[in-house]
Design a protein around this ligand. Structure first.
Ligand SMILES: Cc1cc2nc3c(=O)[nH]c(=O)nc-3n(C[C@H](O)[C@H](O)[C@H](O)COP(=O)(O)OP(=O)(O)OC[C@H]3O[C@@H](n4cnc5c(N)ncnc54)[C@H](O)[C@@H]3O)c2cc1C
Ligand SMILES: Cc1cc2nc3c(=O)[nH]c(=O)nc-3n(C[C@H](O)[C@H](O)[C@H](O)COP(=O)(O)O)c2cc1C
Length: 475
């Protein structure tokens, strides 16, 4: 769209639509976007769209009335990959000072104040939108990994101001602010995932392809599975085989640092000195078994999984189609981080609906409430940051801590953090080792305040791999 050359015209009245655009590298900003969407819907907003920035056409910005931008920071103050095209478009010189005169917007950034360029992309986006004539609904919010409650520490108060301001200026867009501030925790909406169960492969066989029950969860099979899309379509990836896994530190040393040699048996790998490699780990099968049992899922059944909402559910994205069937154990092992990541606050809220023991329900409601969140650097020992973040409780541990809760599997698929890739710097040169990659990996372990030992998912998994095992890698 051509930039306007005329002076500003009056602001448009809301068409009732709120667009939430997010740019996320590892999923946090997408989580926040989903959170914002949920609250907007609670507040009576009739049309909320949640979109990744790379699928929104920036030339349409002047046609929008109300937008929320949620974006994280990567590298050294860089925007996530999905924001790069959008940002380049906004930087065009010919876009004038009134180009976005009709847009009301708010920006929430995710970053880590331990980095020098703290939340740079959010700060720059906010300034650029202002320069292009857009109107701030409220001052930008900045989530910080260093806060005891993580980015959620800043998100709550920021959202309260956002909804108050939107409600005051545009009650048609957001009519029911009290439903956001004091949500009725006795009303549970629908999960955004639909799970269908089939007792046996022969069951309703005409409705979709069935895969052999002996299907293995070795990561090497991921690329060959007809059911599962290979992770991150379009991203360069390799299935490398472990050649060497050698401990560098002494056996009696507390630190376990290892030298790994990974090889592509088919052809040379294209990398440069200084590159890093991302590895997608697999979960401990024993933990997956316990989780399946805890959910009372029949390990021999088959399931189909489909995301119903407008926002993508990361855990559903590996399925090619809603009719493909998969065993629950395979699905959980490949997608849901049940035994290493901590659940988010919304997980506790949804758990509270399903608690049948009154004391558990009360505690879960407290943990999910703003009172259960610390806003200052010193958390209370019974608040969410202690119970969850500091103690690094996993989804499985949280479920085991509240035995009266029987959470339906569709909610667990929706809310369990996805298994994420981990980065490691390449310590070899392609000139010396054309078809190999060497890594020096420190096996992550730490003690929680209650002295519970925690282990890093990926480094611990790598440490246990023997030569010839496959590792799913991305550049
Ligand atoms: C570009 C890049 C390059 C990297 N290169 C390397 C490399 O060459 N070698 C290498 O070993 N690592 C490297 N890392 C770090 C590595 O990616 C992380 O350590 C990664 O989290 C390890 O994955 P994991 O699954 O084993 O641990 P995770 O399951 O991700 O667990 C890490 C968790 O443990 C916590 N934690 C870690 N240590 C402690 C501690 N001492 N006390 C309290 N909590 C702690 C963290 O907060 C985090 O929550 C790199 C990271 C980046 C971004
Ligand atoms: C490799 C890496 C680089 C980062 N660089 C920065 C940075 O330069 N500045 C900053 O404020 N935060 C930085 N962060 C913190 C992230 O922005 C923060 O963890 C955020 O919650 C990630 O959100 P996402 O999951 O949506 O990508 C970095 C995080 C990682 C893992």
């Amino acid at each position: 769209m051509a930039p306007p050359s005329s002076p500003p015209s009056p602001l448009p009245v809301s068409n009732g639509c709120l667009i939430i655009l997010y740019a996320s590298q590892t999923g946090n900003a997408m989580d926040v976007a989903e959170h914002v969407c949920r609250e907007a819907e609670r507040g009576g907003c009739l049309a909320v769209d949640v979109l990744s920035m790379d699928i929104f056409n920036p030339s349409c910005l002047p046609d929008e009335g109300f937008m929320i931008f949620v974006e994280s920071t990567m590298g050294q103050g860089d925007p996530p990959d999905s924001m790069k095209g959008f940002w380049k478009y906004l930087l065009q010189k010919h876009l004038g000072a009134w180009w976005l005169e009709g847009l009301h917007y708010a920006v929430f950034g995710l970053g880590d104040s331990g980095y020098q360029k703290y939340n740079f992309p959010a700060k720059k986006l906010d300034q650029r939108l202002l320069d292009l004539g857009a109107k701030q609904i409220i001052e930008k919010g900045l989530g910080d990994d260093q806060h005891p409650a993580g980015y959620e520490g800043a998100l709550d108060p920021w959202l309260q101001s956002l909804w108050t301001s939107l409600h005051e200026t545009n009650p048609l867009l957001l009519p029911k602010i009290t439903d956001i501030i004091q949500p009725n925790l006795d009303i549970l909406g629908d999960a955004k995932v639909e799970v269908r169960y089939f007792l046996a492969p022969e069951d309703e066989i005409e409705k979709g392809p069935i895969h052999p029950p002996s299907w293995s969860i070795d990561p090497y099979t991921r690329s060959m599975s007809p059911t599962l899309k290979f992770y991150n379509d379009g991203e360069p990836h390799y299935m490398l085989r472990i050649v060497t896994n050698q401990r560098l530190t002494m056996e009696d040393s507390e630190r376990d640092v290892r030298h790994f040699e990974l090889e592509d048996p088919c052809y040379g790998i294209n990398y440069q000195v200084g590159d890093s490699l991302e590895i997608l780990p697999t979960q401990n099968p024993a933990a997956v078994d316990v989780f399946i049992e805890c959910c009372k899922l029949d390990p021999d059944c088959y399931i189909t999984i489909e995301a119903k909402g407008r926002i993508g559910i990361p855990n559903c994205s590996i399925m090619n189609s809603s009719t493909d069937r998969i065993k629950p154990k395979t699905f959980v092992a490949l997608t849901m981080d049940v035994a290493s990541a901590s659940p988010r606050r919304y997980f506790f809220e949804i758990m509270s609906y399903f608690a049948t023991a009154e004391c558990e329900k009360r505690r879960l409601k407290y943990l999910a409430s703003p009172e259960g969140m610390p806003f200052e650097s010193e958390g209370e020992e019974d608040d969410l940051s202690w119970y969850n973040q500091k103690e690094k409780r996993t989804v499985l541990e949280v479920l085991q801590g509240f035995p009266s809760v029987q959470m339906p599997f569709e909610w667990l698929v929706q809310l369990t953090p996805p298994i994420k890739k981990r980065a490691f710097s390449i310590s070899s040169s392609p000139l010396a080792y054309p078809n190999q990659i060497h890594l020096t990996v420190s096996i992550v372990s730490s003690l929680t305040p209650l002295e519970r030992k925690r282990y890093g998912l990926c480094s611990t998994w790598l440490a246990g791999l023997r030569p010839n095992k496959g590792v799913c890698c991305f550049f």
